[in-house]
Design a protein around this ligand. Structure first.
Ligand code: KG4
Ligand code: ZN
Length: 349
């Protein structure tokens, strides 16, 4: 069995994966969303302190589940990219376990982990596959050729898809993380949408950009505040009628998804890879899934998505990625392995 640890942002998670059949035997995560929500985003120092509190308690729980750790053959841990003060908590725990149990340590790239969220409980991995990674930190189109080669085809030049949801939710004082909250507001809204821009619509490149749309949404919110005669510095979402919030959320989400689909449309025209996947925390967005499903049908691509449980950060995907490394005999040098908050990976070309 492999024990995996994920602590790159605001989730403290541990999983145990069976080597023989990739079966997920144990998985637990403690989310810090509630603690960060009051600040409208992740506070790094708070995240770090909460990891020191939550990770040992999840580890203790996993030990009670197994009885003891004698059946473990490797420890996998996310070392990049992510928040430095959060990554370090997971790595220190992983090093301690690896040294005390005398088993190898395998460092895992978080983004490759998201790719493997598609194959939890599954021994077969499909290559080549084109992947849209939409998370709080990244918006990328990747081509996964094999376990050691992930090519970045396009990425955001500024904010990420998930981050723009978080920022719009913050502007509306709706809490954190913004993605699920905004999606919830859009669900029953069927009336007219505000006219917000579709980013980089006339550019032929595949790059993404969300900061312009975020600012256009900010201006739309200010206009709505003026039209409703609210105080400019209103603080509570309850002060704005639910219908106004829903209209802003639905208009923003529609433009953000349109932008993704516009670029994917261009990418599909040039790509011959038949398998396509959406991964990352924001791949849980059902409207995004539905639009991409339509696009895939149009271009004869087979769409893969992770189960909703494994879209956001979790240690199960880290264990599944680590299993591939373990099978290839790869392990890290415990003395030199370190966190790399900004690095993507040397597996990305
Ligand atoms: O992958 P993830 O859990 O963490 C990172 O690696 O960043 O992704 C979290 C991001 C947050 O920005 C969150 O708002 C966004 O994913 N997200 C969503 C939805 N659920 C989570 N964005 C849009 N729609 C959703 N339903
Ligand atoms: Zn993530």
């Amino acid at each position: 069995m492999i024990l995996s640890i994920e602590s790159s942002c605001d989730d403290s998670s541990i999983a145990i994966t069976q080597i023989q059949d990739a079966k997920l035997l144990y998985h637990k995560k403690i989310s810090q969303e509630r603690q960060h929500s009051v600040y409208g985003g992740v506070v790094p120092e708070l995240a770090s302190r909460l990891h020191t509190q939550f990770l040992p308690s999840v580890l203790q729980d996993s030990k009670e589940f197994l009885g003891d750790f004698s059946k473990l053959k490797a420890i996998c841990v996310t070392t990049q990219p992510g928040l430095s003060v959060s990554l370090i908590e997971g790595l220190m725990m992983a090093k301690t376990l690896s040294l005390s149990l005398g088993i190898p340590l395998i460092d895992i790239n978080h983004l490759i982990g998201h790719f493997y969220s598609l194959f939890i409980n599954d021994t077969k991995v499909i290559f080549p596959m084109s992947v849209l990674l939409v998370s709080g930190g990244h918006t990328q189109i990747l081509e996964a050729r094999n376990h050691t080669s992930f090519r970045i085809i396009a990425q955001s030049i500024d904010d990420s898809f998930g981050e723009s949801f978080d920022k719009v939710a913050k502007m509306l004082h709706l809490g954190y993380p913004g993605g699920p909250i905004i999606e919830q507001y859009t669900k029953d809204y069927t009336k007219d949408l505000l006219s917000l821009p579709i980013p980089l619509k006339h550019k032929k490149t595949l790059e993404f950009s969300f900061s312009g749309l975020k600012n256009a949404t900010r201006i739309a919110i200010q206009k709505e505040i003026q039209n409703l005669g609210l105080q400019e510095d209103y603080k509570e979402s309850t002060q704005m009628p639910q219908e106004s919030i829903a209209k802003i959320c639905a208009s923003f989400q529609a433009s953000a998804i349109e932008h993704i689909c516009d670029k994917l449309h261009r990418y599909f025209q040039a790509s011959t890879i038949q398998s396509f996947a959406i991964v990352g925390g924001a791949s849980a967005n059902l409207a995004l899934r539905a639009r991409i499903q339509n696009l895939c049908e149009q271009y004869n691509k087979k769409l893969f998505v992770p189960s909703l449980e494994f879209c956001s950060d979790n240690a199960a995907m880290i264990g599944r990625a680590g299993l591939e490394d373990f099978k290839m005999g790869y392990c890290s040098d415990i003395m030199s392995v370190d966190i790399s908050p900004k690095n993507i990976s040397d597996r990305f070309v």
